[in-house]
Design a protein around this ligand. Structure first.
Ligand SMILES: Cc1ncc(COP(=O)(O)O)c(C=O)c1O
Length: 419
């Protein structure tokens, strides 16, 4: 039972302190109780907590939209608010479908989506339809719309049994085949850029995303980047797409958007897509989608302060040596008998535990190894939330070197003692 927080620490109702190894499920960036973020909410609360964005607006929502456009991949110039990552994805999907109806009505229905296997885009029904995590999704199959799926670039367990880089990213060939055969019905290709997060932080090889962008352009399919987990500095740049100079057609953001303070999300898009929704009143080209708390002023005010903290604290600059330190600290864990793979992208790390390293044999479900390691870490003062037997370390970007060292020490000891 978490009662309080300060910096990288969470404190439970009994007063015990834990390092926040999950950034409170990948949302916190600058630590808990950052004075600028606390102040921004208080100042906004003195004006108003909420007013609707239906037909009217509010200054923080407008200012935030401008600030988001400044930091987003070049060419994303329009912002549509919502309040969680799944919803930002739903909006991207619906926008893509409506875009094609209005932009090229004669081209026939471009109504479906391509996505990667093991993708996770959220828990609402549209987001589940473009996801593929058996455990979360299989019970709801009857509710889902049909999609097309391609193998992910999961290099540790390569679906093609090849090795990077000699494979020359052969996994892109089937992606191109699908796009070639089905582009007439495909509204978009949705992808988690650089890191398939909930799949166990599967990191894609350099150049993979750029190639996906090129293929989407070639086959006239919208690229939807789900930056809900990777956005706001997690990968070392503000957005993962920026590592490869990619501008998606639609981009979903949430999680770190408010520095982990308030539920807020947005779907960013290009002017070309925006223009397709204009027209005479009676044409009803409007995007009929809106939520009660859309553009919530408290959320927008703290999200704006979050971007200011990036500037003031030089968050991205100061993060770079810590990313290198994380790699250095994790390296010795490779020697542990039950560590199969270590993946890292920016300040996101995953340690995949296996029963047998030689054969990559996973632990049985009954062993509950990931859970047991996390419980051991909790006893030692580090909060983790594993994905199956993959231990995830995703600390706040503000974590100090000393705290990072302690996190990795606890993780290592917990793995050693439990396995
Ligand atoms: C890539 C990605 N997309 C979407 C979501 C869903 O976000 P939310 O939990 O805010 O609905 C998540 C959540 O983990 C995510 O990792």
């Amino acid at each position: 039972m978490i009662d309080r927080g300060k910096g990288s620490y969470l404190i439970d109702t009994g007063g015990k302190r834990y390092l926040d190894g999950t950034s409170s499920i990948w949302v916190n960036l600058h630590g808990h109780r950052h004075p600028m973020l606390d102040r921004a909410i208080r100042a906004q609360l003195d004006k108003i907590a909420h007013s609707s964005l239906f037909g009217i607006s509010n200054p923080p929502a407008v200012q935030l939209a401008r600030a988001l456009i400044r930091i987003a991949p070049k060419g994303l110039t329009r912002v549509f608010y919502s309040d969680n990552g799944s919803t930002a994805v739903e909006i991207a999907l619906k926008m893509a479908v409506q875009y094609w109806q209005q932009r090229r009505p004669a081209a026939g229905p471009k109504h479906t989506f391509l996505h990667l296997k093991l993708a996770y885009h959220g828990d609402t029904v549209g987001a589940v339809s473009v996801g593929n995590i058996e455990l979360f999704h299989s019970r709801f199959k009857s509710l889902l719309f049909p999609t097309l799926e391609a193998d992910p670039p999961y290099c540790y367990r390569c679906p093609l049994s090849l090795t990077y880089p000699s494979c020359e990213m052969a996994c892109l060939d089937p992606v191109e085949r699908i796009l070639k055969d089905h582009h007439r019905e495909l509204a978009g290709f949705i992808i988690e850029p650089l890191v398939q997060a909930a799949a166990g932080m599967l990191t894609s090889p350099p150049g993979y995303l750029k190639r996906i962008r090129e293929l989407c352009t070639k086959y006239d399919v919208l690229l939807i980047a789900d930056e809900v987990a990777t956005g706001f500095g997690r990968t070392g740049k503000m957005f993962a797409c920026q590592h490869e100079g990619v501008t998606p057609d639609l981009m979903a953001i949430s999680k770190g958007m408010t520095g982990g303070y308030m539920p807020l999300a947005a779907t960013l898009t290009t002017d070309d897509i925006y223009q397709a929704f204009l027209g005479r009143y009676e044409d009803f080209n409007t995007f009929f989608h809106g939520h009660s708390y859309t553009g919530n002023p408290l959320g927008c005010a703290v999200a704006l302060a979050n971007i200011e903290v990036f500037k003031k604290d030089k968050t991205l600059l100061r993060l770079q040596p810590k990313i290198k330190a994380m790699a250095r600290l994790l390296r010795p864990l490779r020697r542990l008998l039950h560590v199969g793979d270590i993946r890292q992208r920016g300040f996101i790390a995953a340690v995949e535990l296996v029963e047998e390293r030689q054969t990559q044999k996973p632990y049985t479900l009954e062993a509950r190894m990931g859970h047991r390691v996390a419980m051991e870490a909790r006893r030692r003062g580090l909060l983790l939330r594993p994905i199956g037997n993959v231990m995830i370390l995703i600390p706040p970007l503000s974590t100090s070197l000393q705290e990072l060292r302690r996190m990795v020490d606890i993780l290592r000891a917990s793995i050693e003692i439990t396995t």
